[in-house]
Design a protein. Structure first.
Length: 264
């Protein structure tokens, strides 16, 4: 199975960490996926209620937060609570963030975000490779090879179905679902191996993202709510798994928002 690698700042290579015989890879369980899908159904039903009207932007729901975004700060927070939601053999990470892109319009923002072949340049180093597989109108199928690095380094091959939709006026929305997430061993090397989906160490099993864009105040406010599914945190792997699954979702979201603003 994929090797766990320690990352040493300033070193040219990543030494292999021997996990030991007592640490075994895991597979996504049906009850874990069912609990995630139930969470998604409830979240999407609630989101549908705020597509039109004053509740369209999360960042406008609290004066301090709205001011921070208008001043150029990238703001991100858990959707609710203070920790990921626990489900059978898994954790659901529900984060939302916002950024203001001055001088932009929605058409320009969408054109840049839909440039999937160029993601490997726009969102590096987290996106190692990217490719548009197919497009039909506002529906896209894309491939991303992503790098997750927090104490350990994990490479994932991911496929996504992405759908854009016009809400009203200068408002647009987007939802993106991972349809395949596979861990990669020895990425980019002759002996590279891609493992079957939903197996491995479970640092990311699903990622569903929901974007909203509104042209206003001389620019565009872009928001992303990212709901991801990971394994739970076993005691024997706590020092390795916990930093990856607890802090990485926020770090990734903020990097994505900043990179999007910079790209536009």
């Amino acid at each position: 199975m994929p090797r766990i690698l320690l990352f040493w700042v300033g070193q040219a290579s990543w030494p292999v960490l021997n996990m030991g015989e007592d640490v075994q890879p895991v597979q996504l369980k049906s009850e874990t996926l069912q609990a995630f899908e139930a969470y998604i159904r409830d979240a999407e039903a609630a989101m549908e209620q705020t597509l039109r009207g004053d509740g369209f932007l999360w960042s406008e729901g609290e004066p301090k937060r709205a001011k921070q975004v208008r001043q150029g700060k990238v703001v991100a927070d858990l959707w609710q609570g203070k920790s990921p939601a626990k489900i059978p053999a898994g954790l659901i990470h529900d984060w939302i963030g916002a950024v203001f892109i001055p001088g932009a319009n929605v058409a320009r923002v969408l054109a840049r975000i839909q440039d999937y072949d160029n993601y490997k340049n726009l969102y590096r180093p987290e996106v190692m490779d990217s490719k548009l597989i197919a497009r039909r109108g506002d529906d896209f199928q894309i491939y991303l090879r992503v790098l997750k690095k927090k104490i350990v380094t994990v490479v994932l091959d991911t496929d996504h179905d992405v759908h854009y939709f016009h809400v009203d006026g200068a408002r647009w929305g987007c939802r993106s679902y991972t349809t395949r997430t596979a861990e990669v061993d020895d990425a980019g090397k002759p002996k590279e191996k891609v493992y079957p989906p939903d197996t491995g160490y479970g640092f990311l099993w699903r990622l569903y993202s929901y974007w909203r864009f509104e042209e206003r105040d001389g620019g565009v406010c872009a928001e992303c709510r990212a709901i991801s599914l990971t394994r739970d945190i076993p005691t024997v792997l706590k020092w390795i798994v916990e930093p990856m699954v607890r802090s990485l979702p926020k770090d990734t979201l903020m990097h994505t928002l900043k990179a999007t603003r910079d790209a536009v």
